[in-house]
Design a protein around this ligand. Structure first.
Ligand code: ARG
Length: 460
């Protein structure tokens, strides 16, 4: 027998470096609180069902409470020799209350224990993720309200396409974050399942009460198959997948902020708090935080691929491969919380160069569709109208004359159906405000969408 908690059938002690390789305590210690909570619920159930005497259950409970206090006070010192958080805490419990601590593991395995810890850990944090998304959505909504009428170029292929408003643009991100919110909200359903009581893989011979434990730990439901309970990491994969999509959204927004704060665009200026200077070039104001979020998207994608790959082809039930499930989840949580907070601060504090944005829509022929629509409304087939306007644009590029500055004679030479009322339709404001189709960029639409968005947030 060796000195491991599982050392009964072993005669040779593992080398320290082998222990080090097999250990997870360096990272799974962040689940210490959850591990203690799970043990408290488990031992309460063992007492309640009479599997342990009430006196034994009470002794273990007070030992666990003492550990909880030590943990909060930063007094627990974990060791690689005890492999993981479960064995470290069990060892510490034994040091506190003696051999009765050994009864805590009755009708339990580390397999259902670790799964329970990870479920609990994520279950505790998903509301924080939801709150952080709501926070960013609130910022976007407030800015969209302020900028419901702020004209800017809308792009496709990064080429000027049609004028839109900055408010409309922000609401696109509001919508993406709404879907992110709903995905993480759904993530709660599969996280809110209790594995504990499945033991190693097949259930237990003891007369346990899993519903009691589920109630104690506030789980909405429990796993109904013990093999699935100890092998399932879908809830973690869903989290990583949701996070990867969220980061994709933030990364796209980041990319635009980076472009727009460049000298060439100059549409926005980030607040000093969300930019950095250069150690050599005194004039620099770099959008480091937007870049960092864009960069951290790689980490979130990588974490998803990491766990998908770990879980691929693992035979039922628990295999040690699954110890590799945690770091990605912890790292992704830190990444998305930081990124959401940075974006909430950054979006609320940036300065919008409204005049510059609007001016960028005046000489760029982004009202060409307006003229084509105008002709189509006069009965000219749209394809023909498109060609007529295309030729005018070509002429305008040569003579450096935007459509709205061409004389009526020039326009009529292109097509006699054009009358003086055309000019009213060629301004960016007109282009925006005529787009009242559902989901379109018209100012009244944006204002109505802000109201709808506020209602969504108020109903949470
Ligand atoms: N540290 C392990 C993990 O994170 C705990 C479960 C160990 N179970 C086992 N049968 N070795 O997965």
């Amino acid at each position: 027998m060796t000195d491991k908690l599982w050392g009964g059938r072993f005669t040779q002690k593992a080398a320290a470096w082998v222990d080090q390789f097999g250990a997870s305590i360096t990272f799974d210690q962040v689940m210490a609180q959850e591990d203690i909570e799970g043990s408290l619920a488990h031992v309460k159930m063992l007492g309640h069902t009479g599997i342990l005497s009430q006196a034994e259950a009470d002794q273990i409970t007070s030992g666990l409470h003492a550990l909880e206090q030590d943990l909060a006070a930063g007094k627990l010192h974990f060791t690689v020799a005890d492999e993981d958080i479960h064995l470290n805490l069990e060892h510490m419990l034994t040091d506190k209350i003696g051999s009765v601590a050994g009864k805590l593991h009755t009708a339990r395995s580390r397999n259902d224990q670790v799964a329970t810890d990870l479920h609990l850990w994520l279950k505790h944090r998903l509301p924080e993720v939801l709150a952080a998304i709501t926070n960013l959505q609130t910022v976007l909504l407030t800015q969209a309200e302020t900028h419901a009428g702020t004209i800017m170029p809308g792009y496709t292929h990064l080429q000027h396409a049609q004028p839109i408003t900055y408010g409309h643009y922000l609401l696109a991100y509001f919508s993406m974050l709404q879907r992110d919110y709903e995905r993480f909200e759904f993530n709660q359903k599969h996280t809110d399942l209790l594995p504990l009581g499945s033991a190693a893989l097949a259930g237990t011979t003891f007369p346990i009460d899993r519903e009691f434990v589920a109630h104690e730990l506030d789980f909405a439901d429990l796993y109904h198959n013990s093999l699935d309970a100890v092998s399932d990491r879908d809830f973690a994969l869903e989290f990583l997948s949701n996070a990867a999509i969220l980061m994709q959204h933030l990364s796209r927004l980041a990319e635009e902020l980076i472009l727009w704060s460049s000298y060439e665009f100059n549409y926005i200026e980030l607040a000093d708090n969300f930019a950095t200077g250069s150690s050599i070039m005194p004039q620099k104001k770099n959008p480091d935080f937007a870049e960092l979020v864009r960069g951290k998207t790689g980490r979130a994608y990588g974490n998803l691929m990491q766990l998908l790959t770990v879980m691929k082809a693992i035979p039922l039930a628990y295999n040690k491969d699954m110890q590799e499930d945690k770091e990605s989840v912890f790292d992704t949580y830190t990444t998305i919380m930081g990124s959401l907070d940075i974006f909430s601060g950054m979006m609320a504090s940036l300065t919008v160069h409204e005049k510059r944005m609007a001016a960028a829509t005046t000489n760029d022929f982004s009202n060409a569709t307006e003229l084509a629509d105008y002709l189509a409304a006069k009965g000219i087939p749209f394809r023909q109208a498109h060609a007529i306007v295309g030729e005018l644009v070509l002429q305008g590029i040569k003579t450096q004359t935007p459509l709205q500055e061409m004389s009526l004679e020039t326009l009529q030479a292109a097509n006699p159906a054009i009358e003086a009322d055309v000019y009213a339709e060629l301004s960016s404001e007109a282009a925006v405000n005529r787009r009242t189709s559902l989901g379109g960029t018209a100012v009244i639409n944006v204002q109505a969408e802000v109201v709808r968005g506020k209602k969504i947030l108020a109903d949470r």
